[in-house]
Design a protein around this ligand. Structure first.
Ligand code: SF4
Length: 467
């Protein structure tokens, strides 16, 4: 049987696109391989939002060159934002890549998979591939048996906000909202296929507007929540400017909504927010925090912070540090500003890299302490989480995500079987230790459905012994 291996970098938009590629591949008769060495087609779904992501993508292309040399029948495909931005350069730098598809060419990628399928039907994979040693590097995400448990549904493509540091509008274009009926149909399909959690994704997801009607993001979510069988609902990534009190009120009435709101701040300094073209002030951002507290008193608020944006002074940085130090964010994705070709900020005077590193370390110290104390509060509790699969750092452990997006790690249960745990993917984990990256503990129960009581693992083992 022909097989496909998909590596994904970057944001959930790319994960949604990878899910589409996996669907098209499945419909064309491919199975999903969890190692590139076992696949006829290798897809790299790339990101270009930071220089590091770009370097990693080219590194992975270099890595797969050895596989391609050992087996010229392998098809190496690159898609995603870097493919969109760098098409000509990529063709020059990585001539062993068979096909490059931009972010708006996923249908063509799906069609190409159908076309290649026949050629793979008869051919066996070259045995020389097994001799290739891994060269290191890893994707953010690899499509596997657990991927379909989280259904990523794109509600809008592109972004019209043009933050001065961001490459997204330049590679993905302006807002292009999908009609409500299309979104609902895709959610229904994902739920029918076994998705336990639906993640609505868009670059500024709460700016959503139904092109054929009046529905905004709050109304869309209420419609989605009415779909029979939907267990959990989440969304990423909203823009602070687009939250209204009315929208938050509507969202708070959705029982399946996960208790986590991601609110990307970037900076707490007004001059920097203005130069970033973020369209809100620190005070307006803080209003959104208060509204979220009012309507979701138990939700985790998480954020993104950018350090070293061009023109950031010590005073600007201190304002961000002070705001983060109030402990408002359960977690934060902290980044050093990365100069992106084609964006306005790339042409402005840059902050000294040594200064930026020091600021970043100070910010990380402050936020990590807050995050660690947020995780500390879970010690001793049993928490329900959706399985992610075998931990990438320790193959003897399972990884899962809680509803508030905390990573849990627990030893593999003695009855672990991939198919069984994909069928019964909700894990109740007793939290025993807290870390900055998440929590660790032991799995005490697993359940097929979020609302189920679940099966206690010890009891099951006793039943088996006494049967
Ligand atoms: S809102 Fe700003 S940071 Fe977010 S995708 Fe649009 S331009 Fe980029």
């Amino acid at each position: 049987m022909a097989s496909i291996y998909i590596e994904t970098f970057g944001c959930q938009m790319n994960e949604a696109d990878s899910q589409y590629i996996a669907d098209r591949a499945g419909a064309a008769g491919y199975s999903v391989a969890d190692r590139a060495e076992d696949a006829n087609v290798v897809v790299l779904n790339t990101c270009t939002v930071r220089e590091g992501a770009e370097r990693r993508a080219y590194g992975r292309m270099g890595h797969f060159k050895s596989l391609k040399s050992a087996d010229p029948a392998l098809k190496l495909v690159v898609t995603g934002c870097l493919a969109e931005q760098d098409r000509d350069r990529m063709a020059r730098l990585a001539p062993h890549v068979d096909a490059i598809f931009g972010t708006k060419e996923l249908m063509q990628l799906g069609d190409a998979l159908v076309g290649w399928r026949e050629g793979f039907a008869e051919s066996a994979l070259s045995e020389e591939r097994a001799l290739i040693m891994p060269l290191g590097g890893a994707a953010d995400c690899v499509t596997d048996a657990f991927s379909s448990l989280r259904g990523y549904v794109t509600v809008q493509r592109g972004c019209s906000y043009y933050c001065t540091f961001c490459i997204v509008p330049h590679v993905r274009g302006r807002f292009d909202h999908r009609p409500v009926h299309e979104i609902l149909a895709e959610v229904r399909q994902r739920v029918d296929e076994g998705a336990r959690e639906i993640m609505l994704v868009g670059q500024t997801v709460n700016a959503y507007r139904d092109p054929a009607g009046e529905a905004d993001f709050g109304e869309l979510c209420k419609e989605v929540a009415r779909i029979a069988g939907l267990e959990r609902l989440a969304f990423i990534s909203p823009h602070p400017k687009d939250f209204t009190k009315e929208m938050l009120r509507q969202l708070s009435e959705i029982p399946q909504l996960n208790p986590r709101v991601h609110l990307p701040m970037q900076s707490a300094s007004d001059p920097i927010l203005r130069r970033m073209n973020r369209k809100y002030t620190r005070a307006q951002f803080h209003d959104r925090v208060q509204w979220i507290r009012e309507y979701f008193p138990r939700a985790a608020i998480t954020t993104d912070v950018l350090v070293g944006f061009p023109g950031e002074t010590d005073q600007d940085f201190q304002e961000t540090l002070d705001y983060v130090g109030t402990g408002v964010f359960a977690n934060a994705y902290m980044f050093i500003y990365s100069r992106r070709r084609g964006t306005p900020a790339a042409h402005w005077d840059q902050v000294d890299p040594g200064v930026v590193s020091q600021r970043f370390a100070r910010l990380a110290d402050v936020q990590n302490a807050v995050t660690r104390s947020y995780h500390d509060r879970a010690i001793g509790r049993e928490v329900r989480a959706l399985i992610q699969g075998i931990s990438r750092k320790d193959r003897s452990k399972l990884a899962a995500k809680t509803l508030d997006n905390v990573t849990l790690i627990a030893p593999l249960p003695s009855d672990y079987d991939e198919r069984l745990y994909a069928r019964e993917p909700w894990l109740d984990v007793r939290i025993e230790a807290a870390h900055v990256w998440g929590c660790s503990g032991s799995i005490v129960r697993r359940a097929e459905r979020f609302a189920d009581g679940g099966v206690t693992l010890e009891r099951r083992l006793i039943n088996l012994l006494t049967a």
